[in-house]
Design a protein around this ligand. Sequence first.
Ligand SMILES: C[S@@+](CC[C@H](N)C(=O)[O-])C[C@H]1O[C@@H](n2cnc3c(N)ncnc32)[C@H](O)[C@@H]1O
Length: 223
Amino acid sequence: MAINSLKMLSISELEDVMNDIYLKTDESKIPWNIPEIPEQLIALLKNYQIKDRKTLEIGCGLGHYSLWLAGKGFDVTGIDVSSIAVQNAVKKAKDHKLKCRFITGGFPETKELSGEKFDFIFDWEVLHHIGFGDRGNYFRKVADLLNEHGFYYSVSFNEKDPFPGGTGKIRRTHMGTTLYFASLNELEDQLNAHFDFVFIRTEIIAGRQNPHVANTFLARKKS
Ligand SMILES: C[S@@+](CC[C@H](N)C(=O)[O-])C[C@H]1O[C@@H](n2cnc3c(N)ncnc32)[C@H](O)[C@@H]1O
């Protein structure tokens, strides 16, 4: 598949596609929706002493990881482009009596977070929704929202991931989303301007059907 042959979804088209998925698909069948907290996230908190932080989760989906952190005393905001996912996450927070803010918005376009600062920002399986040409703005906004030396943690599909929908850098999924598969080097090049890496590596992460080859990194905002 040639690299620019698949049309990129605008943020409102993405919202429609995501709302449709979250409305029509049983939670247990949404391919990325795994309520169990990933071992990588658990290890990250422990190994890097990330605790009680003011935290932003970008692309929080149904809110499982945001709510887990809120339960640990973190001050968490979860943002997602899908209003349906956010409504669902708000309900889960209420049901579990957890204090967690969820907002609907496309990142980095959202104005909702203007003037705010966070100590820890993470996105789990979200970056591969962001077109290669849009990642500069995305990373700049993450850096703008971080306090000095704040942490940015990210997990997204690597170009070698055998995800159904082809083997190219840009793949259309059966759910109507378009995903962008980067190499570690590409990510490193785009992040270097704003961040110093604590680690950057490929890892195998759990998937509902099959495991994935993922690019993972923990980085700190440059001073
Ligand atoms: C693969 S799902 C992962 C959801 C969640 N992180 C999880 O692991 O369960 C990607 C999520 O990111 C959201 N998303 C994709 N692009 C986004 C953007 N530009 N801004 C905000 N949310 C976005 C989607 O609506 C979806 O909920």
